[in-house]
Design a protein around this ligand. Structure first.
Ligand code: C2E
Ligand code: MG
Ligand code: MG
Ligand code: MG
Length: 294
């Protein structure tokens, strides 16, 4: 019995050591990432890249989406989904997001002053940012400081963020609407929410998630049609994201979804590259033929 107890203790202790080693490594990695993020913020290392949004019926660029980029010493970018979750968890996303909001407004104001556009700019907002008590004040301040007209700013929000606290979301969305700022639900259709909340939340648009755009088989087509019908009835704007091929774009046009974003048109671009891309862009010739007669 003593031997058995000893063995259990020893194994238990070994297992404990094994786990604690793993946990320690994980904690160290998190701590390292945290302090790297903080240093990047303090050192103003973050950048925004801008991915165009187009309307193929109107044949024009309607706006851009600002996407966070973290340059690494080797010249690569660390992808946002690699560090945003931890930044969100630790609250560091709040100052990072505040910087992104202001920088996107500043850049877009600068482009507008230079005669580009007028472009709207969409900024992704994280849950921690959205639920901060001073969020709408922050938005107002960014607009005031940069001189960007509120109509040119759009905020991209996720379903989860909106549904987490519906009364709070209603209040914030109402204030944003009064300010004249656009709001859209990002990755629409991928949450598990019932659609009834759309009635209660005053957003201005929906972004159809790229997962529905990829193959556009029978099921995806039906889902996209349903989203288009709902948004028509509720007077919401719709854009499809993640459009990579002409076949996808043509299919969307046949369904009467003419606003799109994706690698087919442009990848997220560093700001210096946007003006030339914008001036050169023309809607592809097949766009006119793919649209159903209007
Ligand atoms: P999102 O807002 O849904 O952005 C779309 C993502 O899909 C971007 O990835 C974009 O580069 C990528 N994408 C665009 N077109 C295509 C396409 O045709 N095909 C494919 N496969 N992908 C495409 P990215 O830049 O890596 O950003 C990932 C996510 O990180 C974003 O998803 C957003 O949720 C989050 N994010 C990015 N920037 C910010 C930010 O400033 N603040 C916050 N809170 N979140 C951000
Ligand atoms: Mg987005
Ligand atoms: Mg999205
Ligand atoms: Mg996404």
């Amino acid at each position: 019995a003593d031997a058995a107890m000893y063995r259990a203790k020893r194994d238990g202790r070994n297992r404990f050591h094994f786990f604690s080693g793993e946990i320690r490594a994980g904690l160290l990695a998190r701590q390292q990432l945290m302090s790297d993020l903080r240093a990047a913020l303090d050192g103003q290392q973050f950048r925004l890249h801008y991915q165009p949004k187009v309307d193929l019926d109107q044949g024009r660029v309607t706006g851009v989406e600002a996407l966070l980029r973290w340059p690494q010493p080797d010249g690569t970018f660390r992808p946002p989904l690699d560090f945003i979750p931890l930044a969100e968890e630790t609250g560091l996303i709040v100052p990072i997001g505040a910087w992104a909001l202001r920088e996107a407004c500043r850049q877009t104001r600068e482009w507008t002053a230079a005669g580009l556009g007028p472009l709207s700019v969409a900024v992704n907002v994280s849950p921690a940012q959205f639920s901060a008590p001073d969020f709408t004040a922050q938005v107002q301040q960014a607009l005031r400081d940069t001189g960007l007209p509120p109509q040119q700013l759009e905020l991209e929000l996720t379903e989860g963020l909106l549904l987490h606290d519906i009364p709070l979301a209603q209040g914030v969305l109402t204030t944003l609407r009064e300010l004249g700022v656009q709001t859209s639900i990002d990755d629409f259709g991928t949450g598990f929410a019932s659609l009834s909340y759309l009635k209660r939340l005053p957003v201005s648009g929906l972004k159809i998630d790229q997962s529905f755009v990829q193959d556009l088989g029978a099921a995806d087509t039906a889902i996209v049609q349903a989203i288009l019908t709902i948004s028509g009835a509720l007077n919401l704007s719709v854009i499809a994201e993640g459009v990579e091929t002409a076949a996808q774009a043509q299919h969307l046009l046949k369904l009467r979804c003419s606003r799109m974003q994706g690698y087919l048109f442009a990848r997220p671009l560093p700001p210096a590259d946007l003006p030339a891309w914008h001036r050169a862009w023309r809607a592809p010739a097949w766009a006119a033929e793919s649209s159903p007669a209007r």
